[in-house]
Structure formats: structure tokens, C-alpha cells
Design a binder for this molecule. Sequence first.
Ligand code: AMP
Length: 179
Amino acid sequence: MSVTAEALSVKLKSIIRDVPDFPKKGIIFKDITPLLADHAAFTELVQAFAAAYKNAGVTKVLGIEARGFLLAAPIALALGAGLVPVRKKGKLPYKTVAASYALEYGTDTLEMHADAVKPGEKVLVVDDVLATGGTAAAVCELVEKLGGKVAGVAMLIELEFLKGRAKLGDRDIVSLIKY
Ligand code: AMP
């Protein structure tokens, strides 16, 4: 990690709030709302992702419900790309494609509009936290199902001890903060 990347990581870490036992006992929830409320820090994180992918030919940025939306929108504008919401089952109004993934108990399903990514388009997948990687892997599969190419997976926070990277194969992953 470069000196500037390290400095940015230290700064962002100091602003993110740990909330123990939310939404259930044993989970330390990474609350990014103080970061979203800090104009300077929010700007820096958007610029860091935009700099990482400015030459990747990205034409669509996918935000994963719900916090991913908040990061993906400014990153899309900074990259000069379009924004695509990836939502929980049943929320999108038009024709959708869906991918299911395993949770601790049971499964969850994410959907995207069937015309949101065109064949050959380069896509950046964005979310706040990479934990076990199941969510991001399912979204990458959706992109590829539509013929798109995953140019990268941009995660604000990576919980390295959960080994989410392993589920993403050789896809390019940029995380600004690691725990
Ligand atoms: P996973 O599929 O296990 O990688 O989980 C990723 C999704 O769960 C992301 O959409 C995150 O927003 C959320 N998530 C998982 N762990 C945490 C955490 N410790 N704090 C905040 N969000 C989390």
C-alpha cells in the first residue's frame, strides 16, 4: 500500500464507527454514516476509487442495496459512468435477472434489471463491506450472466479474516480499509 493509501485508510478508519452486537450478538457492525456525513473524507474515498479505475473503461457502476447505492452513485459520476442498482428480490419494477447466495441460515436473492448491463460492457461492482464475499460473488455472476465484464470490485471495507476474496476468483478487488 502506498503512503497516501495508508494515510487515507488510517483517516477513514478513524471516522467509521464500530457498533458491537448489531444487528445481532457477535457482529461488529461497521457504521459508515459518520463517513458519509464528512464531506472531505467522503470526497477522498470517492476520488480514491475513481483514480483506481479511471483507465479501466468502466461504463456502468453497480451499487448493492442499500449502502452500496450511497457509494456507487458518486463513484459513477466521478468515472463518467452510469449507475445500476442491485436490489433485494421483488423491489425492481421491470424485467429482472436474479442470483441467490447462501447466508448463515438460508439464502438471499439479489436482482438487477435485465437490460441494465449490455453485452461487453465493463462494470464496477461497489459495496461498503466485503465480508464472506457471497454478496459480491452473486452480483459478479449477474453481470456475467448478462454478458458484461467485471472490471473490478470496489469495497470500502474488507474484513480479511472472513476471506471474501477467495469467493471472487481472479477478479480485480480494491478495498480502501482492511481489518
Ligand atoms: P458478505 O456477503 O458476507 O460479503 O456480506 C456483505 C454484505 O453484508 C454487505 O452488503 C455489507 O453491507 C454487509 N455486512 C457484512 N458484514 C458487515 C459488517 N460487519 N458491518 C456492516 N455491514 C456488513
